[in-house]
Write a protein that binds this ligand. Sequence first.
Ligand SMILES: Cc1cc2nc3c(=O)[nH]c(=O)nc-3n(C[C@H](O)[C@H](O)[C@H](O)COP(=O)(O)OP(=O)(O)OC[C@H]3O[C@@H](n4cnc5c(N)ncnc54)[C@H](O)[C@@H]3O)c2cc1C
Length: 450
Amino acid sequence: MKTVFVIGAGPAGMFAAQKIAQGGHEVIILNRDIKPGGLAEYGIYPTKDKMKIGLRKQFAKVLSLPNVHYFGHVPVSTQSAISIEELKQFRPAAIVFSVGAQGTKKLGLPGEDAKGVYPAKDFVYNYNLLPPYTAHDFSVGKRVAVVGMGNVMVDIAHWLLVDDPKKTTEEVIVVARRGPFEAKFDKKEFKDIEEFLDRKAFDAELQRIHPQLAAVGQDPAKLAEETFPVLAKPAQEINGARLRFRFLCSPQAIRAGADGRIDRLTVVENVLQERDGNIACKATDKTADLEVDTMIFAIGDVADPAVGLPYNRDAYVTNPAVGEDPKGAPHYQLFDPQTGKTLEGMFAVGWARKASEGLVGIARHDGEVGAAHVLKYLEGAADGLGAPAKEVREHLESNGVRVVDKSDLEHLGRAEEKTAQERGLSWFKFDQDEDMLAAIDAFKAKTVSV
Ligand SMILES: Cc1cc2nc3c(=O)[nH]c(=O)nc-3n(C[C@H](O)[C@H](O)[C@H](O)COP(=O)(O)OP(=O)(O)OC[C@H]3O[C@@H](n4cnc5c(N)ncnc54)[C@H](O)[C@@H]3O)c2cc1C
């Protein structure tokens, strides 16, 4: 039996941990957030209850394995209470990084620090109640530009148009660098917001870009079949908030008003081009201004450099060597480009390996494939390596970290259930770390006194 650290308890980390534990090893999970789940808990749309509950059950099953230890509320980074170098002092046989993609892909635009400009991930973390994002300002005005045309854009538009309790949004304008045929969202997901589509404005937009579509052989009559099934339905009158699209344009500059908040987004117009069988876009010198008071950019995320792993542009570096199997271990092993060597026993899985790549099923698969490589690696590692979980916990606590373990998670779950019942809600989630910790302590105290 060997000890393996798994850093990050999203779907990739949890399913990797399960497989490694089932291989007979001791697994110690260190997770930044108090709760496990990552984006399954704090990214997936709040009303997708069935999916969230199903995943929580699967994660609970992983945590019920006796050789899986969970230490939540423990970020691993160069700036937190424990760094990779300190972890190594516990001599784990392997470390698996499943920290997701926590860095922000900057737009690099003048004015992007204006108030009212948010990365999608942070905005989503806020409405999904992840501390500390719940304590930050994510105020939304009347006209919101959402940059990007994937499922995350759909979630954000869904929130703004349907579920945001403040209901301030009158118009969501999707800003897309390419055209309607290049929409990346799932048709099924778009159904949640299709009733808000301003059909008159959409038709006018199609007219505007018609020459561009024709230039690459795209026929708007096929849109209903390919990307926008709503177009096959009769148009409905919209009385409230509406959804519009501005195709073929990329953000160029953000202007802020006297209050420091965005009041205008300048976009550069693009043209479509066919490149190697794909539709790409090319900027022109024409610009246009969109009057908006909020901008959310949903263009994917990058790895967080503060974790302290070798980093190249926006990703951790994994071994570029392609062995006999192009999908094999090299791509999971971390690599130091300065020495040209792999990092002994260090692996990356899930969105930490490929940022913003795929749904939960893909992250799970990646975690499990990565874990299979780890198991193979462990066959060659010496037995008995690694300090016991107790020693790791004591070290963290001596550094002032309030560790949340498996029994604490059970207390927290019960405290949230109880609060939901008392308030007549179908579910309740604490949105501050302090409140979660206090609820755990209160439940613990009760259990001890009974
Ligand atoms: C807005 C949004 C909506 C989505 N909706 C769906 C959907 O409806 N259906 C679907 O199937 N998929 C959905 N996905 C995709 C899905 O969430 C991802 O595929 C999956 O969560 C990626 O898993 P992961 O474990 O690699 O990363 P994550 O889920 O991001 O997990 C990373 C984990 O690492 C921890 N961590 C981060 N940094 C550190 C650190 N320094 N130290 C220790 N721990 C750390 C975090 O606390 C977290 O627990 C959505 C994604 C987003 C962004």
